[in-house]
Design a protein around this ligand. Structure first.
Ligand code: IPM
Ligand code: MG
Length: 350
């Protein structure tokens, strides 16, 4: 028996296949005991088999030791019933696999300060991680449409969390901060939302287990402002599903390009799904323009968090930094390299 690990490759839509291929090439080059199996997901799966998350894809995701995910989303599918839209694939995977803890690190790579829309000295100080809850909130609450008594169309989405859901993500937040600079900022909207007041109450209770961590609370509107005013002041942010979705896109622009940010979505045992946070970018799909770094860095997170291979993860991260230092840039970073050329620059630096 060898301890070969099974990696599910789910490339998905848009630029997903292009960037995932570069991540796969980097993993191959490391010569690790990995076995890959690929399956369709999102709009690509809908077209092939009528469902964005076919049973065979879910089965592979369940069997795998870790999942490398590209992106889902396809404007051609926007008029489909909600349950058949590509986005349902990633939401379904997160729910079925109970990957409730989403880690979205945002750190500026030396040399990329100029790619940020922030002043270089402000951007240069960014080194934070957003811990986003992924299985609850308004994303998964009851939703629907109706016609009011006055004949108006009405839509609703229920925002809800129970205390156990808040507690388990709060623990991940504190544990993440403990491995970093020891500062945790919990982001909510407790001045208006009852869900957020419960969130804040529970985070304060959990804090009793982590006396060494400095805990602060911030309303989400203020957090959005502080993220562009003084992002270097943040270490670890813990927040709900919706606020985390928005703030992580914002953080990505602060570090210069959304094409640089990887993410890990972990279950209670550390099994994970790894994906760039950038999405399918249909406007540049198929043109070889996409930045593969977020996907490559997602592969590094996979090795670190799910396979306990920190040296290999370090090698990938160093290679990306080296490639950037040598001037390798795709269009999103102000360069002209193609997706494969950028992948090759990272491979060369390995
Ligand atoms: C993300 C994406 C997804 C989300 C979409 C594709 C459903 O924006 O991973 O941030 O909203 O969670
Ligand atoms: Mg998002």
């Amino acid at each position: 028996m060898t301890d070969t690990k099974l990696i599910a490759i789910l490339p998905g839509d848009g630029i997903g296949p292009e960037v995932t291929q570069e991540a796969r090439r980097v993993l191959d080059a490391l010569d690790l005991p990995l076995h890959f199996e690929e399956a369709a997901v999102g709009g690509a799966a809908y077209r092939a088999s009528g469902h964005p998350l076919p049973p065979a894809t879910l089965d592979l995701a369940r069997r795998a030791d870790a999942i490398l995910f590209g992106a889902v989303g396809d404007p051609a599918c926007d008029s489909l019933d909600r349950q058949l839209r590509p986005e349902q694939a990633i939401l379904g995977l997160r729910k079925h696999l109970a990957t409730f803890a989403n880690l979205r690190p945002a750190k500026i790579f030396p040399g990329l300060e100029d790619a940020s829309t922030l002043k270089p000295e402000v951007a240069g100080a960014i080194d934070l991680v957003i811990v986003r809850e992924l299985n609850g909130d308004v994303y998964f609450g009851e939703k629907g449409r109706r016609t009011t008594a006055a004949g108006l169309r009405e839509g609703h989405d229920l925002m809800r969390y129970d205390e156990d859901e808040v507690r388990r993500i709060a623990h991940i937040g504190f544990q993440t901060a403990a491995k970093r600079r020891g500062k945790l900022c919990s982001v909510d909207k407790a001045n208006v939302l009852e869900t957020s007041q419960l969130w804040r109450d529970v985070v304060i209770e959990v804090a009793a287990d982590y006396p060494q961590i400095e805990l602060t609370h911030m309303y989400v509107d203020n957090a959005a402002m502080q993220l562009v005013r003084d992002p270097g002041a943040f270490d670890t942010i813990v927040t709900g599903n919706l606020f985390g979705d928005i703030l992580s896109d914002q953080a990505s622009m602060c570090v210069g390009s959304i094409g640089m940010l990887p993410s890990a979505s972990l279950d209670a045992d550390g099994k994970g799904l790894y994906e760039p946070i950038h999405g399918s970018a249909p406007d540049i799909a198929g043109q070889g323009k996409a930045n593969p770094c977020a996907a490559i860095l997602s592969a590094a997170m996979l090795l670190r968090h799910s396979l306990a291979m920190p040296e290999a993860a370090d090698r990938i991260e160093h290679a990306v930094a080296t490639a950037l230092r040598s001037g390798a840039r795709t269009a999103d970073m102000g360069g002209a390299m193609s997706t494969t050329a950028m992948g090759e620059a990272v491979l060369a630096a390995l």
